[in-house]
Design a protein. Structure first.
Length: 190
């Protein structure tokens, strides 16, 4: 797959940075925890994707059976050549990573409060389809019904279980939304 760089991309604009940040956050989803390498890795992908024509970086990674191979053969060498070896671009990349790290740290801190938990809970429920809600309620009822009367889970365990179920459903939704958006953008580009 031949990748052609976009001409005259101004990486110093707020628009470019915002696009990379939003796409990275969309790929990260709502994690309750993360490692710094997650941020660097996904920012590398979205940064490069915004430097090449037609979202070819994301398309090349979309081939699931070749994900790791394409990372080693296409993405990482291109990142070294187009970003790491160009100090101005690397500085912008680092700035974006720093902004993402600060944002995610604030998100995690906010979720530690009762208000943050309730906000995430209701936000998660609002994004679920009727079918997802039905499945979630049935799963919760099945789990509650299978509990032995002597073993009562703590409120914290119930919150964690519900949050995990919501996060799983929302991650599926984010992936599908991103896939559809990428397909639409590719169709528009043609």
């Amino acid at each position: 797959m031949e990748m052609k760089m976009k001409e005259k991309v101004d990486i110093n604009t707020f628009t470019f940075k915002k696009r990379v940040i939003e796409e990275t956050l969309e790929l990260l989803g709502k994690k309750r925890n993360y490692i710094l390498n997650d941020i660097y890795f996904l920012t590398m992908v979205t940064f490069l994707n915004n430097l090449v024509e037609n979202n070819l970086i994301l398309q090349s990674l979309g081939e699931e059976n070749k994900l790791e191979e394409n990372m080693y053969k296409i993405v990482e060498p291109m990142f070294k050549k187009e970003v790491l070896d160009k100090p101005e671009r690397y500085g912008v990349f680092e700035d974006i990573v720093m902004q993402l790290e600060q944002y995610l740290n604030r998100e995690i801190e906010l979720r530690r409060t009762v208000a943050g938990f309730l906000y995430d809970f209701f936000d998660g429920i609002g994004e679920l389809t009727k079918e997802d809600l039905t499945n979630l309620v049935n799963m919760v009822l099945d789990r509650v019904g299978s509990l032995r009367p002597l073993v009562q889970p703590s409120d914290e365990e119930i919150k964690k279980e519900i949050q995990t179920d919501i996060d799983d459903a929302k991650m599926k939704l984010y992936i599908e939304q991103f896939r559809r958006q990428t397909e639409a953008e590719n169709k528009d580009a043609k």
